[in-house]
Design a protein around this ligand. Sequence first.
Ligand code: HEC
Length: 140
Amino acid sequence: MMKSLLKLTITTSMLTTMTMAGGYTQGDRILDMQKMAQAMQDIQSGFFYNNEDIVKAGVKDLKETIVKIRPIDAEVNNKDIYEKWLNNDLKMTNKIQKKIVQKLEDIDERFSDGDAVQALQAYSKIASQCMKCHVRLRKW
Ligand code: HEC
């Protein structure tokens, strides 16, 4: 048990170091954004068609993609912008990512329980988290 936990920790920090080393371009991020917009549409379609599989697929896509959002190489290399990221925006981004993952879990649970109203409420909270970042950070 302890051993596997330790192994997981080491693997995770190695991954973090590797991803921090770069390789995330503006093109990558735009693609991730488009993937997330598609996932949001899928979730919405699942609501309207009352199709749990479509909702779950959209939730899965969005969950996998939101955690990838981070500063692109050009921002990391621009000390001014990167500093700003580190000071404010990274913290905000982490918070938003956590909140979106949480609300995605709510959608999964509520929709499976037949509570479409609550699921829709969680959905709209996700949309407002997307917009929160767009309003503040899109001027990057
Ligand atoms: C941490 C900040 C952040 C969050 C959170 C975020 N976005 Fe974005 N989004 C951006 C930035 C920055 C751009 C501009 C990307 C560029 O043009 O380089 C963008 C652009 C986009 C675009 C336009 C892509 C294109 O084709 O030009 C879409 C669509 C989009 N976001 C959807 C979403 C959705 C849906 C969510 C929530 C699930 C979301 N975004 C959450 C920062 C964010």
